[in-house]
Design a binder for this molecule. Sequence first.
Ligand code: FAD
Ligand code: NA7
Length: 543
Amino acid sequence: MSQKMDFDAIVIGGGFGGLYAVKKLRDELKLKVQAFDKATDVAGTWYWNRYPGALSDTETHLYCYSWDKELLQSLEIKKKYVQGPDVRKYLQQVAEKHDLKKSYQFNTAIQSAHYNEADALWEVTTEYGDKYTARFLITALGLLSAPNLPNIKGINQFKGELHHTSRWPDDVSFEGKRVGVIGTGSTGVQVITAVAPLAKHLTVFQRSAQYSVPIGNDPMSEEDVKKIKDNYDKIWDGVWNSALGFGLNESTVPAMSVSAEERKAIFEKAWQTGGGFRFMFETFGDIATNIEANIEAQNFIKGKIAEIVKDPAIAQKLMPQDLYAKRPLCDSGYYNTFNRDNVRLEDVKANPIIEITENGVKLENGDFVELDMLICATGFDAVDGNYVRMDIQGKNGLAMKDYWKEGPSSYMGVTVNNYPNMFMVLGPNGPFTNLPPSIESQVEWISDTIQYVVENNVESIEATKEAEEQWTQTCADIAEMTLFPKAQSWIFGANIPGKKNTVYFYLGGLKEYRSALANCKNHTYEGFDIQLQHSDIKQPVNA
Ligand code: FAD
Ligand code: NA7
């Protein structure tokens, strides 16, 4: 015991996860907490993703915390879905109301976190070389947070404006500009639809076509809002007892159990209602698990593309060739955007980008697209990206990027063998759901666990190898029951060249996930190695 302990807990991240962790540990457990974010303010995802069209596709009333009931009642619900700036505003409100900013040092990237086994302390080093120690490390680094910049020959030579959607500056103008967008995932679909009417010309470089359905982002009447606010307890109860946490009626009806006419009518109703998760999970119960059902959904959406897009050759390019088994997308007029005179679609799977030059994009067939601005909507090194980009070392100096070389593993998405007293929010193999309810569930479990540690003379708590392996296997087994691993997407790490294509999520649903957390706690942290403190060891500092 030699090192001084600066804080009881260090929290990294100022998004939904980090903010709630600070609130719980500082205000409820009365610990001395210091938090960091490399951003200059709170909001995490929504601090960084300021591109035009940024929108949550969780409905507004469920893209928030359940625990601040007062804020739920004052929540501004303008439309069914909430725009990026309004999520930012909400998280600002949370931070200000609970005085959370005073616990943060912003504009500070954490470069390393090393576990000192002798002292059972985490030592954290900032980008400025400052070092701090704490007993507990809470990493709320974000699962869609580490940008994936495409490694295309010549990209750095481009003399026009080059933006990644998740590093978007505030003062971008499109007027009179020839804009290119690389990427047609959830972000690409949003930014393309929003930028097309603003730019002089827009070229979309599409590598994989996407299934997308209308979002149905209707304005909310006073009556709609009242109905939600009067029934919030019941609504949240539905969320906690659901698989997806999106507040929808998760269907259990197999698609092929109804007639073709009825199936079409159900799809049509969902198309008219809007919402990607609704379309995939509220229509039928087996679209994500049964190939026949999946093909029916694919064909319905392809039929819509053919109806909407006037030029049949463009419509054909927009029709995906693979399964409808990526994160379900929804949009505010995406396919219709390709009817505009100022929009051109380049299928860069058929005709790849071979180079980016000072003033545009060179394609394999010799075409050259001159651009003033290039937008990379190329996604993220998702889930473990921020973990392996940081220097995290556990027991015996074990580097996380080495430990996870063959794909990340965790126990319940919150803890990792060899990394005692470290707790992750939305770590690998956590639930795939509407995320604020999963974040809340995890932060509450983390807080309860830390309370247990503090009250029971525990020095360190660490997931066992066996528990971690079993959880990872459970995640793999559940994933195999679905069609998701058969589609190439970030959900399985397939979007990053060289990244291990493996399981990154627990697809067993929120309700089951919460019961796994609760069972572990109720069985006095089964699956954990718990070391008691020696008598001379530090006590929590307490603020
Ligand atoms: P984040 O909000 O990502 O926050 C992590 C923070 O950690 C960041 O601010 C980052 O700067 C900081 N950080 C990371 N590493 C370091 C370091 N080394 N040092 C210092 N700071 C660090 N989810 C949904 O459920 N529904 C949606 O509709 C939805 N829409 C989305 C739309 C977009 C465009 C994106 C990108 C994501 C969307 N998500 C959605 C997922 C979203 O990320 C989560 O809902 C949620 O915001 C995650 O919160 P978080 O606190 O875990 O992480
Ligand atoms: P995604 O879903 O990973 O989409 C990224 C897109 O960028 C996708 O269309 C990729 O094509 C494309 N891409 C990536 N690299 C390249 C290169 N080198 N060349 C051409 N095209 C490329 O990320 P998003 O940001 O849209 O969405 C991620 C999540 O964040 C989303 O689910 C929301 O929750 C928010 P590909 O499909 O790999 O062929």
